[in-house]
Design a protein around this ligand. Structure first.
Ligand code: OAD
Length: 229
């Protein structure tokens, strides 16, 4: 076994104090996804959308990586084969834990994007819809986050990595959102072994070859230690 692809979701950052989306008290129980995570919502009320992501950016900046993020960084540095993390998370806790090979398929809180000319630049801590784009000057600045109805980033590279994977591991994601939810089947079709690590079994039983149930900060370091032993 050489090539590992790891998909992470909000569950890996939960014990760093960042809320998940669909758990009890999750973000989507308190906010309407259509208001804050769609292009239509942004067109209707850009201020509300910026307030939502400004709050999440502040939370992420105040949070620290946990033992699960650190274990994956250790795996990347000690694994003799290739390792890619594909994350649905928009925080930077994988990078701050030391991971280098990370693809943010749903964008990043750290990025700003001009909805007019697609120019990208580092997001300030507090973004405002009136701030002009540094390139074209249009006051249509948005967070560089992939919203529902938009195509996730880096899909070609991800498909290629899944096609070549020997092991696919899904950590802390409910498997409710496509295309990420379909990666397990893509990896399986390409011949990879599949493993889910989650607080509770998240999908139909039998979708993964193997499941480890428990909080990420315990389950991920244990799994990594076993793999490197
Ligand atoms: P969800 O909130 O849908 O799922 C979080 C998963 O993490 C659940 O299966 C929980 O059981 C699990 N979990 C919670 N705490 C955990 C812990 N301490 N250790 C291990 N697992 C734990 O979040 P995602 O699957 O990441 O997209 O959501 C996917 C996408 O939906 C997000 O990227 C976001 C959201 O709408 C966009 O905004 C585009």
């Amino acid at each position: 076994m050489e090539r590992i692809v790891i998909l992470t979701g909000a569950g890996i950052s939960a014990e760093s104090g960042l809320g998940t989306f669909r758990d009890k008290d999750g973000l989507w129980t308190r906010y309407d996804l259509a208001d804050v995570a769609t292009p239509d919502g942004f067109a209707r009320n850009p201020r509300l959308v910026h307030d939502f992501y400004n709050a999440r950016r502040a939370n992420a900046l105040d949070a620290s990586p946990n033992d699960a993020h650190r274990a994956l960084a250790r795996l990347e540095s000690e694994w003799s084969g290739e390792l890619l993390i594909v994350t649905q998370n928009v925080d930077d806790l994988h990078e701050r834990a030391g991971s280098r090979n990370v693809l943010h398929m749903h964008g990043e809180l750290a990025g700003a994007l001009c909805a007019s000319c697609n120019h990208r630049w580092p997001a300030p801590r507090v973004m405002s819809p009136d701030a002009p784009c540094p390139s074209c000057g249009a006051p249509r600045t948005r967070p560089d986050i992939v919203w529902f109805g938009e195509i996730p980033y880096r899909m070609e590279e991800i498909a290629e990595a899944l096609w070549q994977a020997d092991l696919f591991v899904s950590i802390g994601t409910s498997g409710e959102v496509y295309p990420a939810a379909g990666f397990v089947q893509e990896a399986q079709a390409a011949g990879a072994e599949t493993l889910e690590i989650n607080l509770e079994p998240s999908r139909l039983p039998g979708l993964f070859d193997r499941a480890i149930t428990g909080p990420a900060t315990q389950a991920v370091p244990d799994w990594v230690a076993g793999l490197l032993a």
